[in-house]
Design a protein around this ligand. Structure first.
Ligand code: PHE
Length: 373
C-alpha cells in the first residue's frame, strides 16, 4: 500500500490495480472452465498462467515498486496467481479422469466378437506329405538332401547312365534351358527327376549314405487330371556294404505302411531304368478293390482300372556304372534307390482325383487337407 512518504502511487501501475487483477483472474477461470480437453487446457494455461500472461507481467511490475508498496502488491498478485493455478490443477485432474474413462471404453476389446472373419491359411498338402516322408526316413537315420531345380544335363542324364540317344533326353520330355547367347545348348535343363541328387550326393559324401530328397521336377506334359508339367518326387538313396534288394523291399514296405496304413501291401514289378540294375516298379495293392476287380467284369474298379495294383514309382539297385561315375567302388559298396511321385501319393492317400486341384491354389482344396499334422 502507498505510504505517505512515497512519491510513487502504485495505483498508477495499471497491471497491479485490484480490479485489473480481478479481471485477469476472471478471464483465466472462464477459459479454464471452458477447456473441454487437455489440449485446450494446455493452451489456456499458456495464455493465462504462462510467462507472458497478464498475471506474470503484473508480477514483474512488483519489482519496480518502491519497497514499501511491494508486500501488498505481491500479496494481491500472489493470491490471484494462486487462484488460477488451483483452478488449472482442478480442471487438469477432471479432464484426465474423463480421458482415462474414455480410453477405457474406446480401447476395450470385445472378446465376444467373431475372430475368424479372415480364415488363416493352410499349408499345401503336397508340402505336408513331403514332410511326412522326410519324418519317416529321418526316424530311420536318413538325412534329407537337396539339389538344384536348374540342373546340369550331366547330372540329370549322363551321370545316371542315360546316354545321349536315350528317349528321356529327347525334346518330348525335357525342358532345355537356352544359353545366354540364345543357342539351345546351355547344358542346363529343368531337372526331369530327383535322381540327379543321387549323383550329387555320392560325389559329395562318402558311404555309408542314407538320404532322401523331396523336390520339384519338370516335364513337358500338358496339365490334365493325371499330368502336370511341374510335379514332385521323393528320391531315396542308400549306399553301404552288403545292401541287397531285400533291404529295398523292406524299406518300401515300411514307407508304404507309414503313408497308407498298416494293411498296405506292395509288390515289385520288374522294370528298366538306366541307373538301376536290376530295376523294378513298386506297386500298391489297390486299397479300393484289393484286387477283387481283376478278371471280374461285374465289379470294375476305377481306382486301379481293374488292374488290382497301382503304380507308385521306380526303384532298383544302383547300377555299378553309376557308382563308378560317382567315385564309389562297386566291389565294396552296393546300394538301392527309389523315386516316388508325391502327387500320385497324395491322390491315393487323400482320394484327390484331379491333379489340377493341386496346382490351382484354391484355398478350399488346401484347407481340406492342410491341417493334418
Ligand atoms: N527317376 C525315376 C523316374 O523319375 C524313378 C527312379 C528313381 C527309378 C530311383 C529308380 C530309382 O522315373
Amino acid at each position: 500500500m502507498p505510504t505517505e512518504t512515497s512519491s510513487f502511487d502504485p495505483v498508477e501501475v495499471a497491471a497491479l490495480q485490484p480490479e485489473n487483477l480481478q479481471r485477469n483472474v476472471d478471464e483465466a477461470l472462464a477459459a479454464i472452465a471452458e477447456a473441454g480437453d487437455l489440449d485446450a487446457l494446455k493452451s489456456a494455461r499458456l495464455t493465462h498462467a504462462g510467462d507472458r500472461s497478464a498475471l506474470a507481467l503484473a508480477n514483474r511490475e512488483i519489482a519496480a515498486l518502491p519497497p514499501a508498496a511491494r508486500a501488498a502488491a505481491g500479496q494481491r498478485v500472489g493470491a490471484s496467481r494462486g487462484r488460477v493455478r488451483e483452478a488449472l490443477e482442478r480442471r487438469q485432474a477432471e479432464l484426465e479422469l474423463e480421458r482415462d474413462a474414455r480410453v477405457l471404453v474406446e480401447e476395450s476389446v470385445d472378446v465376444t466378437l467373431p475372430w475368424d472373419r479372415r480364415p488363416i491359411g493352410a499349408r499345401h498338402p503336397l508340402t505336408t506329405i513331403q514332410e511326412l516322408f522326410a519324418d519317416v526316413f529321418t526316424a530311420m537315420g536318413y538325412e534329407v538332401a537337396e539339389g538344384p531345380e536348374l540342373e546340369a544335363e550331366w547330372f540329370n542324364f549322363d551321370a545316371l547312365n542315360i546316354g545321349v540317344d536315350h528317349p528321356a533326353r529327347s525334346l518330348m520330355d525335357t525342358f532345355f534351358v537356352q544359353a545366354a547367347d540364345g543357342s539351345a545348348d546351355s547344358g542346363i535343363v529343368l531337372r526331369t527327376h530327383t535322381s540327379p541328387v543321387q549323383a550329387r550326393t555320392m560325389l559329395s559324401r562318402t558311404p555309408p549314405i542314407y538320404v532322401v530328397c523331396p523336390g520339384k521336377v519338370f516335364r513337358t506334359d500338358e496339365l490334365d487330371a493325371t499330368h502336370t508339367p511341374v510335379f514332385h518326387q521323393l528320391e531315396g538313396l542308400v549306399i553301404d556294404e552288403g545292401i541287397t534288394m531285400a533291404h529295398l523291399k523292406g524299406t518300401l514296405d515300411h514307407m508304404a505302411q507309414a503313408m497308407f496304413g498298416p494293411d498296405t501291401v506292395t509288390r515289385l514289378r520288374p522294370s528298366y531304368f538306366p541307373f538301376t540294375e536290376p530295376s523294378a516298379e513298386p506297386d500298391l495293392l489297390c486299397f479300393v478293390c484289393r484286387g477283387d476287380s481283376v478278371g471280374n467284369p461285374d465289379r470294375p474298379c476305377r481306382t486301379c482300372g481293374s488292374e488290382g495294383w497301382i503304380e507308385w514309382g521306380g526303384c532298383g539297385m544302383v547300377n555299378p556304372r553309376v557308382l563308378r561315375a560317382c567315385g564309389i567302388d562297386p566291389e565294396r559298396y552296393s546300394g538301392f534307390a527309389f523315386g516316388m511321385g508325391i502327387e500320385r501319393t497324395m491322390m491315393f492317400r487323400n482320394a484327390a482325383e484331379d491333379m489340377r486341384d493341386m496346382v490351382e491354389g484354391d484355398v478350399r482344396f488346401t484347407a481340406a487337407f492342410g491341417m493334418e499334422s
